[in-house]
Design a binder for this molecule. Sequence first.
Ligand code: GTP
Ligand code: ZN
Length: 211
Amino acid sequence: MDDVVKSLSTRLNSVADKSSTRPSREEAEAAVRTLIRWAGDDPGREGLQDTPMRVAKAFREFYAGYGENPGEILDKIFSEVEGYDDIVLVRDIPFYSHCEHHMVPFYGVAHLAYYPTKGVVGLSKLARLVDAYARRLQTQETMTAQIASAMEKALAPRGVAVMLEAEHMCMSMRGIQKAGALTLTTQFKGVFKEDPAEQVRFLTLVRNGKA
Ligand SMILES: Nc1nc2c(ncn2[C@@H]2O[C@H](COP(=O)(O)OP(=O)(O)OP(=O)(O)O)[C@@H](O)[C@H]2O)c(=O)[nH]1
Ligand SMILES: [Zn+2]
């Protein structure tokens, strides 16, 4: 009886493994060939022969965020800052992402701010955090919330403010076709959430660079 249970559980585990692992490179390339045919072209013609290989490779870059651990990005804190505890704001961080509804790019800039309590994080790490989430499939709202949560968790700051401004190609080049429409999302935590004056300070710094 034990053997039957063991073999059943081994089989169930292997099914679970299969559903959670990535397809092979060959399977990904075959899927691209199918989409080329769906677009109306011939994947066998000369100009398109290497395209499935290039697309599979490009996908690894577009979606590299799945292999990133946001907690690790922010794990090094510099505490020798002479007690600096005022706002740190990195603005205009460019990002490229893909919306989870159409897998079409949305792109723009991110502005991240926090009030440190136990030290500061390397500035480049904030930009790396943006990329870790941008290089996934999601909505702009999800991305905004995830960046703010990761900063709150790793830095235990007095407050976090995140603002994203992006153009969604699914709204520009297809569907409603409103090129230039900009979507703004904000997520405030701690003092930024409690005190409207802090939100004004954040927005003023984002817009003017002066308090
Ligand atoms: N809230 C939100 N919506 C998004 C984002 N990216 C794309 N969308 C929207 O997702 C929606 C999907 O709507 P559906 O009606 O299911 O799909 P659709 O027929 O392709 O919609 P249309 O774009 O209106 O043609 C659209 O309104 C998109 O504008 C995002 O980051 N956040
Ligand atoms: Zn979309």
